[in-house]
Design a protein around this ligand. Structure first.
Ligand SMILES: Cc1cc2nc3c(=O)[nH]c(=O)nc-3n(C[C@H](O)[C@H](O)[C@H](O)COP(=O)(O)OP(=O)(O)OC[C@H]3O[C@@H](n4cnc5c(N)ncnc54)[C@H](O)[C@@H]3O)c2cc1C
Length: 493
């Protein structure tokens, strides 16, 4: 039986471990933190239970496929509810509030009030987005690339033209919508992909199919239930999981990995090592210079996805003006995105996201209290002093108070914790504290993303949000499938 070591217990690490254990490998997984989950982590304090990052269960088809492949009944693991509304959007400075229902008739009624006559172009836009989704999933997402040449077939070219892959999202949406509000409504999912509508390709309009046609779901108990479920399936299949076990080195001999070394000096032997730890860390800290497929020079040319300035808040009393998922849209998007991606400064007048899971789940906060998670996308690499942190937090809370009409918000806060750029670095070994990895620019899409095996060290594979297909819990699950295919095919043995 061949031995596999997986470094990191994020969704990518856990799901790869499950697949390889089921294929007959002896699998051990080492996680640096005190619980598995990685970016999908849990924070439990003072009676509040926070899903630390992923909060939106999207693309249920991807999860269903995963559970089917590992021969598990998803309904035995996750009790899913479709949220209605999916999102509430607060437009500033107009104070317009818009609920997105993921129900075409109701959404069209709402959109007609924003832009008269928009029903026809919206239907056409959504129809194209659904087509983009189907083609992308069939042809681009569930596949491994050996070289960028694989991307440039005649078929891809024709699909690319049909899917408008060569156009930028910001100009693409203008073909359908005149008002800035409608353009923002259909472009906002790109923020969650760690990119800007001014840089992203129009293919990512497929996210509108995800949001408006498939809807936003919630597993009872929170998103961490996915992790509990993966952990139980992994253990059932014989994966040995070690937490509080940071890996400090990938051991190699004659250009082949022979295992790993841990912070306490112990070693574990392996025929195959799969790293789920961030790309920069794996390549530059766990490997020697001559063993790096993606050295420092590679990263200099890349665009990092944003980091995030996050506040976990426990609030006394109810907040009926907020629903489960809420977005505040600033008026000047161009400036907001430029501050995140170009000038790299903390956004002065940011768009932000507020998750209030206590809307749908009374187990996440004490009775009569609300659980709130506030996320402001911000550039990676920014250092903030204590004074700057306090001032920025104050500014964000004041903004929420004013826009969401909660004048006494600050007085009602019973629990508050801040997590941002430096914490992503410390907790996940994330390069410059990026929350998500690599942004989705044209040159960082599909075949242009880093590959899932080392070109320098035999037996070393990667399962990441950095590689194809893209960022997100679902994509980490797909990344698992692609990495496992590589291992089973002996691509880098
Ligand atoms: C703020 C935020 C909001 C998000 N919202 C959503 C959402 O709503 N919906 C959605 O689908 N996705 C969302 N995502 C994205 C999603 O969480 C991630 O894409 C996904 O969880 C990444 O999984 P992963 O397995 O690639 O990496 P990770 O989860 O980062 O896993 C890597 C693991 O490696 C471990 N590790 C690192 N170094 C070492 C070492 N030396 N030794 C051992 N272990 C190590 C880390 O501790 C970690 O557990 C969000 C992400 C963030 C940050």
């Amino acid at each position: 039986m061949q031995k596999v070591v997986v470094i990191g217990g994020g969704i990518g690490g856990l799901s790869t471990a499950i697949y390889l254990a089921r294929a007959g490998y002896e699998v051990s997984l080492y996680e640096k933190n005190d619980h598995v989950g990685g970016r999908a982590s849990l924070l439990e304090e003072d009676g509040y239970r926070f899903d630390m990052w992923p909060s939106r269960y999207l693309m249920p088809d991807v999860f269903e496929r995963f559970y089917e492949q590992v021969e598990e009944d998803i309904t035995q693991h996750l009790q899913l509810t479709k949220l209605d509304p999916s999102y509430r959007i607060f437009f500033t400075p107009q104070n317009r509030i818009v609920d997105i229902a993921a129900d075409l008739e109701r959404d069209l009624e709402t959109f007609e009030k924003i832009e008269k006559g928009v029903s026809k172009p919206f239907k056409e836009y959504l129809c194209r987005a659904s087509y983009q989704y189907t083609i992308a999933m069939k042809k681009f997402v569930y596949r491994n690339y050996d070289s960028v040449l694989d991307f440039f077939s005649w078929d891809t070219f024709i699909d690319g033209i049909r899917l408008n892959v060569f156009q930028k999202m910001a100009s693409y949406v203008k073909r359908f919508f005149k008002s800035a509000e409608m353009q923002k409504i259909v472009s906002y999912p790109l923020l969650f992909l760690g990119t800007s509508p001014y840089d992203a390709l129009a293919i990512y309009a497929l996210m509108s199919h995800v949001d408006f046609a498939q809807g936003v779901w919630y597993p009872k108990g929170g998103l961490y239930e996915i992790i509990r479920s993966l952990q139980s399936i992994a253990e059932k299949n014989g994966v040995k999981i070690y937490v509080n076990s940071p890996v400090t080195r990938i051991v190699t001999e004659d250009g082949r990995t022979t295992g790993i070394e841990l912070a306490d000096g112990k070693t574990a032997e392996a025929d195959i090592v799969v790293s789920n730890a961030d790309m920069h860390f794996t390549e530059t800290v766990l490997l020697e210079k001559h063993e790096q497929t993606y050295p420092e020079s590679y990263r200099k040319k890349k665009v990092l996805a944003p980091s995030a300035y996050i506040l976990y808040l426990g609030v006394a009393g109810k907040l009926p003006m907020l629903t489960h998922h809420n977005l505040i849209f600033t008026e000047d998007w161009k400036k907001n995105f430029a501050e995140i991606f170009k000038t790299k400064e903390m956004p002065t007048d940011p768009s932000l996201y507020i998750c209030k899971p206590s809307e749908s789940d009374d187990t996440v906060a004490p009775a009569g209290h609300e659980n709130m998670f506030v996320l402001v996308p911000c550039p990676p690499g920014v250092e903030l002093s204590q004074w700057q942190e306090d001032a920025y937090t104050e500014k964000i809370l004041a903004m929420i108070s004013q826009v969401c009409h909660i004048p006494d918000l600050q007085d009602r806060i019973r629990y508050q914790k801040l997590f941002h750029i430096k914490h992503f670095q410390e907790r996940y070994n994330a390069y410059k504290g990026t929350a998500l990895g690599l942004a989705h620019t044209f040159m960082q899409t599909s075949a242009f993303r880093p590959n899932n095996y080392s070109k320098k060290v035999k037996g070393l594979y990667y399962t990441w949000a950095y590689t194809n297909p893209w960022i997100g819990t679902q994509m980490a699950l797909i990344s698992w499938e692609l990495t496992a295919q590589r291992v089973l095919a002996g691509k880098n043995h």
